[in-house]
Every structure is written in C-alpha cells, then in structure tokens.
Ligand binder design. Structure first.
Ligand code: BGP
Length: 480
C-alpha cells in the first residue's frame, strides 16, 4: 500500500532501539561488574520478582536461568549487527551504555578502560556506516553494588556516583555522540521500581514515599547530567525518556473521567513536568499529602532542577490504558505490567498489550500541547511469536501491520503540528524481553536463533519486515 503525503521532515531520524542489558551478553567480560539485570531470572520467576517484594539479588545457577548473561551476544557480534542496521538504511541507532561496564561497582573513582573502549568501537562502527548513535545513559542496568550496598536510587549517595559516570562518558564520547537521554522510562518505576530504581517495595504503605524520594534523587541526577552535557558537549541534545500510554476513561461518567485524569497525571505527566518545566506540578501537592509523601529536598535542589531542563522528550509507546474507578466486574488487561480494564474497541497482542495506533497520535498531541518541546519516539513495536518456515523465511506481516499503522499515526501527528525528531522502533533485532526474560517475545526485523531454554546458534536472519522497513526509510515514510 502506498501513501504519499510527505509528512516526515528531511533529516527525520529513522532507526531502531535496544538496551545494553537486553542485547550485549558478555556479562562478566571486559571487567564489567554485575548489574540489576544480571540477577533477574527468566520466565515466570521474573514477573514474580518484578511485582513482589523480597528479592535477594543473588545469582543462583542451580535454581534459575539468566537470559541477560549471554543475551544475543552483541558484545562480540556488533559489527555484523550494525552492518544489518546499515543495510536497512538506519539514520539513527538508540542504544544504552551499561553503567557497570564503565564503573563495574558504580562507586569507583576511575572508569574501566575496557568498558570505555567497547563503546568507542561500537560508536566508530556506527559512524563508519553513517548511523547516528542515540544513547540512553541508564536503561534498567544499575550496578549491583549500588543496589545492594546503597539501596539503589532510594539513597542520595548514588547521585555523585552517577555524576562521575555521566561526566566520564561525556568526556570520552563528546565527539561521537550528540543525542543523549537520561533514565529509560523513568515513570515505569511507579509500577516496577526494581529495574530502574534498584529496589523493591517491602511494605505497601512505604511505596509512594520511597518511589517519590527516589524520583527526586533521579531528577537531581538528571539535572546534573543536563548541565554537564550542555557544558561539555555544547552541540549535543539531551532528553528525558517517558513511558507513554494515554489513559482513557472507560465511559463518560464524570468520576471515571476524573479518575483517568488523575492516573494520567501521576503516571504520564509527573516526571515529564519536572524534567521539562523544572518544577513539581501543582497536582503533586495533594497527591503527596494523601499518600504521606514527605520529600527530603536539599538546599539548591529545586534551583538546579529549574535551571537545567531537558532539550527534548523521548518516549516509548506500545499501548493505551483504559481505566474505571471501580474495577469490580471488569476484565483486566495485563499490559506492560500496567493494569487497566479491557477496551472493547481494541485488539491485544499475545501478551495482552492493547494495540492502539490512534493512541500514539493522541499521546504525541497531548505531550506537544503540554510541553512544546521536540518529541522523539524511541520505542514502539509489537512483541510476537515468530515462526521460521521450512524454507527459512519468517513472514511477520502482523508486525508490518502494527508498525505501518503506528507510523501513519505519527504522520498524522506531524500534520497536527507536532515537532517529531525521529522514530527508533523497539528491538530492531530480537532481544531478551525486559518484563518476561523470554526470547520468544520478539520485536525484531532481524531474527536471532536463540530460544527460551537458552539453546540456538545465535545466527541472524532477516524477517519479511526487514525489507519493508528498508523501503519505509528509503522513502522517508512515504512507502508504507
Ligand atoms: C520497555 C523497555 C524496554 C523493552 C520494551 C518492551 O518498557 O524500555 O527495555 O523491553 O518495553 O518490553 P518487553 O521486553 O517487556 O516486551
């Protein structure tokens, strides 16, 4: 099907996205230290850990498998993978740096040269192919020492360690990386703080106090990073990264509409407001009061946050959420560990994530109305089971349909007036799933022969969507 509306601007950053912990493997190579992802088992056990207290952060090979340890071995195969990205015509590749490769325990004084060297080689390879690196500074991979000894982002002591880390990577890569973002899906911590904040909630009554105090530490850390980036790499841009899911009211009953608005404000806008406007939003006051949140704010924090706000907003978008104040009698959807009620107008993926391209247009419009800052869709995609046919082909038309409809929605948003910088679809090559630790939940244009039981050759194979996306990029979004 052809669509020739010329909606996407010249220089639009088409590409794909991954994260170090889900792709690299080599978990103890190059002097890397352990990070939080290294101790997360695969399968059902992971889901239990992400949503329940009492995880001890120890590796137990007799009991569990650890899919992130080898992942898809990008650590050794990055040249082959980047060549495939280049073949698709990627303009940009979003990736993350594993903090624990640069500071293995997180609290050392000097960075690890082998870790720095690895990313030098990756960035050089990308530039060789004319691909712009877009780098997440922290994507679910906090050094384990900071988790175990300090309590993750709950502790203020982590802030100077993060500062040392960001300054080390800015100094080293200032000529190679011009697009940065701080914390992946920072707001996801409201639902599963382990991955991004490095702690689990032990007592339900402490939940909001610990999460919002940790947010405060991350906001301070983010402003330190923004300040350092602007000073050290004046021609770079640095953004925040938000998990975005518009929240619909199930019906027009005013109490449900208000409930959906509250959910949307706390989940979608709270972090964005602080990152972009440099202030805690007005609605936080009542929320904090009602949830017994008393923030420990140090002198100078609020000024720092106000002065060093982000240059753009990066976002992930997979699905929308539908809410009703009283959920009894409603069917619940388990999307991305976020809980909503079933939307009768939407179909869902095999993992219950409701597919809603119009929701992407709505999200982009809402974010742009609110912030008037450039937006960058840095994650979007369909997790699906892929079948390798006897002739070796993988006909992932369902993925093409999903991506096509979401790219169309972005085109509409651009026509609506939204300033959109680019699109890097999630898991451009199959990766370990963050929420389930499975390999069989695949997103890629490139299939990786790695199975849930850990078997497989790790060979790469192009799916049908590979050639489709190549055309999309070559036509700057016109041929869908
Ligand atoms: C986001 C994360 C990614 C990624 C993606 C898909 O929440 O930033 O790391 O994994 O979701 O999620 P999943 O792997 O659980 O399907």
């Amino acid at each position: 099907m052809t669509n020739s509306t010329k909606q996407f601007p010249e220089g639009f950053l088409w590409g794909g996205a991954t994260a170090a912990n889900q792709i690299e493997g080599g978990y103890h190579e190059g002097n890397k230290g352990l990070n939080i992802a290294d101790v997360l088992p695969g399968g059902k056990e992971r889901l239990r850990i992400l949503t329940n207290p009492g995880f001890d952060f120890e590796i137990d090979h007799d009991k569990y498998s650890y899919p992130n340890h080898e992942a898809i071995d990008f650590y050794h195969r990055y040249k082959e993978d980047i060549a495939l990205f280049a073949e698709m015509g990627f303009k940009a590749y979003r990736m993350s740096i594993a903090w624990s490769r640069i500071f293995p325990n997180g609290d050392e004084l000097e960075p690890n040269e082998e870790g720095l060297d690895f990313y030098d080689r990756v960035f050089d390879e990308l530039h060789k192919h004319g691909i712009e690196p877009v780098v997440t500074i922290s994507h679910y991979e906090m050094p384990l020492t900071l988790v175990k000894q300090y309590g993750g982002w709950r502790s203020r002591e982590v802030v100077p360690f993060f500062e040392r880390y960001v300054k080390a990577i800015f100094a080293r890569y200032k000529d190679k990386v011009k697009y940065w973002m701080t914390f992946n899906e920072i707001n996801s911590a409201l639902h599963f703080p382990i991955m991004s904040m490095g702690f689990s909630i032990e007592k339900e009554e402490d939940k909001y106090q610990s999460i919002f105090q940790a947010f405060h530490h991350q906001f301070v850390a983010s402003s330190i990073a923004v300040k350092a980036c602007h000073e050290m790499i004046p021609d770079a841009r640095i953004g925040c990264m938000l998990l975005s899911a518009p929240v619909y009211s199930y019906d027009s009953k005013p109490e449900n509409v208000m409930f959906a608005l509250q959910e949307e404000r706390i989940f979608n806008y709270f972090c964005g407001d602080v990152h972009v406007r440099g202030e805690y939003p007005a609605f936080a006051k009542r929320f904090f009061k009602e949830h017994n949140v008393n923030l420990d704010i140090h002198e100078g924090d609020l000024e720092l946050i106000k002065e060093h706000t982000v240059d753009y907003i990066a976002l992930s978008y997979y699905m929308s959420l539908t809410q009703v104040k009283d959920k009894s009698g409603f069917e619940i959807t388990p999307g991305n560990l976020l809980e909503g009620v079933k939307n009768p107008f939407l179909k869902a993926s095999d993992w219950g994530w409701e597919i809603d391209p119009e929701g992407l247009r709505i999200t982009l419009n809402k974010l742009y109305d609110r912030y008037q800052l450039p937006l960058f869709v840095v994650e979007n995609g369909l997790g699906a089971y892929d079948k390798v046919e006897e002739d070796g082909s993988i006909n992932d038309d369902y993925r093409i349909d999903y991506l096509r409809s979401h790219i169309k929605a972005m085109g509409e948003a651009i026509e609506d007036g939204v300033d959109l910088m680019g699109y890097t679809s999630w898991g451009c090559i199959d990766v370990v799933s963050a929420s389930t630790g499975e390999f069989s939940k695949r997103y890629g244009f490139i299939y990786v022969d790695k199975q849930d039981d850990g078997s497989g050759t790790l060979n790469r194979k192009k799916k049908k969507s590979f050639d489709w996306y190549k055309e999309v990029i070559a036509s700057n979004g016109e041929k869908l």
